[in-house]
Ligand binder design. Structure first.
Ligand SMILES: Nc1ncnc2c1ncn2[C@@H]1O[C@H](COP(=O)(O)OP(=O)(O)OP(=O)(O)O)[C@@H](O)[C@H]1O
Length: 371
């Protein structure tokens, strides 16, 4: 019989053990390191069983928040509750081993001299050796590595090591799983699959999960909710669709996609720009705005006649073949810098073609100029 790996997938193996997911409440959490403010008044509630990504650039405070949840750091301000019980405040501090949290780090932190089974048994020292071995094997089976118990970490691929780390984190049946950039060590091709399979395991065990990532695609793909951090504060907190389609500001929008930009001004209730008029209801008359169009928000049309093109007139400057999509660099009438369009579906335009360009409303975002 083929094992899960030979079958090409693992995760969701119907071997669920009981995990009781916990809710987490961060109340006005602050953290300073000397003069450095790493977190500044973070308020966040995470429901039992929710998968939440902490997303932000390097230094935004993601890891610090995760470490506070784990009990590796003690916040300098505010309190943390796990299932409405204080785990950390000025008087109380529950150590990591009493919090029922599973941790998984970027480098997997496997012990090279221990077998795969011993690595997974490592966090199970409350159990008898026999029970620990049994639980470790259940966890390894869940990640499709039941045939690797006697092997050592160096004998496994990066993807398999990631799974060992996952098995070790889930073996004690934690109420909360905390993952710090868990997929960043994997190559691109493997990463998507491992993410999906990891998510299947997380869903199956039902634990609450916090994933730290700086990769917006990873956050969109994996989370029920995304918490966007900047300079130690929460900038936006919502579902993946919400963050993608309704970014709170220009910076948040740029985080999720590459944007073409043009300045405009509100006149007659619309944003007037050198490349056309855009409908919006949010701004005051004469307010300066920045109109942003995602690269895949451009629609290109072939010239119909020398006198007429549908949309705003432009010309193809360059076509770059990227496999499933084409990336075009386009000169648009009225502006002296190029726009970029990412187009799939085989409609080909050539260098020098005169085209008309229109902009999909759903991929066009308008922000105040100073926003
Ligand atoms: N132990 C520490 N001592 C001093 N400064 C720290 C310490 N830990 C974090 N910081 C600082 O706090 C800020 C937030 O760091 P943190 O690691 O939480 O950010 P991050 O968003 O996880 O970044 P990265 O993606 O690079 O890991 C950074 O400016 C960092 O330099």
């Amino acid at each position: 019989m083929k094992n899960a790996i030979e079958n090409g997938h693992w995760g969701s193996r119907g071997t669920a053990g009981a995990t009781i997911a916990a809710g987490l409440t961060f109340e006005n959490i602050g953290m300073t390191f000397g003069d450095k403010v790493a977190l500044d008044g973070v308020d966040l509630y995470i429901e039992p069983g929710e998968v939440v990504s902490l997303l932000g650039q390097s230094g935004s405070g993601k890891t610090t928040l995760l470490r506070i949840a784990a009990g590796i750091e003690r916040p300098t301000q505010g309190r943390l509750l796990i299932n409405d019980i204080v785990a950390s405040d000025t008087h109380t501090f529950t150590p990591p081993e009493k919090r029922s949290v599973g941790l998984m780090f970027q480098d997997y932190a496997l012990f090279p001299h221990l077998s795969i089974l011993q690595n997974v048994m490592f966090g199970l020292n409350d159990l008898s050796k026999q029970d620990a071995e049994c639980e470790a094997k259940v966890a390894l089976q869940r990640v499709g590595l039941e045939d690797y118990v006697e092997k050592f970490p160096h004998m496994l691929s990066g993807g398999q090591q990631q799974r060992v780390a996952l098995a070790r984190a889930i073996a004690p049946r934690p109420s909360v799983l905390l993952m710090d950039e868990p997929f960043s060590g994997l190559d691109n091709r493997l990463r998507d699959r491992v993410r999906d399979e990891t998510l299947a395991v997380i869903r199956e065990i039902g634990a609450t999960c916090i994933i730290v990532t700086h990769d917006p695609e990873e956050a969109l793909r994996m989370s029920d909710r995304i918490v966007l951090l900047r300079d130690g504060q929460i900038v936006q907190n919502g579902g993946p669709d919400d963050l993608y389609y309704n970014p709170v500001d220009y910076w948040a929008a740029r985080f999720f996609s590459e944007l073409n930009e043009v300045d405009g001004v509100i006149q007659g209730g619309k944003a007037q720009t050198p490349i056309g008029t855009f409908t919006t209801e949010q701004f005051d008359e004469e307010q300066d705005v920045r109109v942003c169009v995602r690269h895949h928000g451009l629609k290109m049309h072939h010239e119909i006649s020398e006198d007429y093109v549908a949309g705003h007139p432009g010309r193809i400057l360059r076509r770059m073949f990227l496999g499933e999509v084409e990336l075009y660099e386009i000169a648009l009438k009225g502006i002296d810098y190029p726009f970029f369009a990412r187009i799939g579906g085989g409609k080909i335009f050539a260098h020098g073609d005169n085209i008309g360009v229109s902009f999909r409303k759903k991929h066009t975002l308008i922000f105040a100029k100073d926003g």
